[in-house]
Write a protein that binds this ligand. Structure first.
Ligand code: ATP
Ligand code: MG
Length: 230
């Protein structure tokens, strides 16, 4: 089937922790997100922003509450299916050791034209055209020959190819320059306009573009409103 085909997310009262010996890092968090909504998540370092996005992929233990995506409780979905159906762009993405082609399309489901189209969407086309081997360029382990911003754009191109209804974007903090940040925002506003996008944002400009801003503090929701009302 094609779940989730809308992209609504209902986070109901979740408390979550990394290990049974550790204190919860999220406490009674409830957030209701409409399909197609753009959410900006902010809060101080350590407030739980990344942890909240990890709950959606079941990468952290939910000890109370539940998350319902398009009407289905995600605890009932096999974890690999869940992770395949959503796209996450982490703070510091690690690329696979292999070609750019493999990184964009690990399951080899697309033709080159699709890959170039995705690269164009992510504003990476000219950059890749300038590389001698183009799609066959080898990306080194950990992606050290490519900047963090470019790695995030490659992940964005992959997410676009997969047509995920839900995109989670953990913006790189200091390592992404203004230009790349602006590019990421433009791509999300255009190529992902009908998708549900959660962006962990570090810049005011990013937050102003979202429909709703979620502010976390010490693992709790302290604000959830339009940027205009904050
Ligand atoms: P930043 O802005 O620095 O990225 P954040 O808001 O994303 O911060 P989280 O990474 O969600 O914050 O961290 C929330 C809490 O969870 C912090 O106290 C952090 O130390 C803890 N934490 C994060 N990752 C782990 C982990 N893998 N194991 C144990 N505790 C963790
Ligand atoms: Mg984080």
């Amino acid at each position: 089937d094609n779940w989730p085909n809308k992209g609504s997310i209902n986070i109901q009262n979740i408390t979550a922790r990394y290990a049974s010996t550790l204190d919860p890092v999220l406490n009674n968090v409830s957030v209701k997100i409409r399909a197609g909504e753009k959410i900006g998540i902010c809060g101080r370092t350590g407030s739980g922003k990344s942890s909240l996005t990890l709950t959606l992929l079941r990468m952290i233990n939910i000890i109370e509450g539940r998350i319902v995506i398009d009407g289905i409780d995600i605890s009932t979905i096999p974890v690999l299916t869940l992770r395949r159906r959503m796209s996450i762009i982490p703070q510091d993405p690690v690329l696979f050791c292999g070609t750019l082609r493999f990184n964009l399309d690990p399951e080899q489901k697309y033709v080159d034209q699709d890959l170039w189209n995705a690269l164009e969407i992510a504003q990476l086309k000219d950059y890749v055209l300038d590389m001698g081997e183009q799609l066959d360029t080898i990306v080194t382990e950990g992606g050290d020959n490519i900047s963090t911003g470019q790695r995030q754009l490659i992940c964005l191109a992959r997410a676009f190819l997969r047509k995920s209804r839900i995109l989670i974007m953990d913006e790189a903090t200091a390592s992404v320059d203004l230009q790349t940040d602006a590019t990421l925002q433009t791509v999300i506003a255009t190529a992902f306009s009908d998708k549900t996008v959660l962006t962990i944002a570090h810049r005011m400009s990013t937050i102003l573009d979202s429909d709703t801003v979620l502010v976390l503090s010490e693992g709790r929701v302290v604000e959830y409103d339009t940027p205009q009302n904050l």
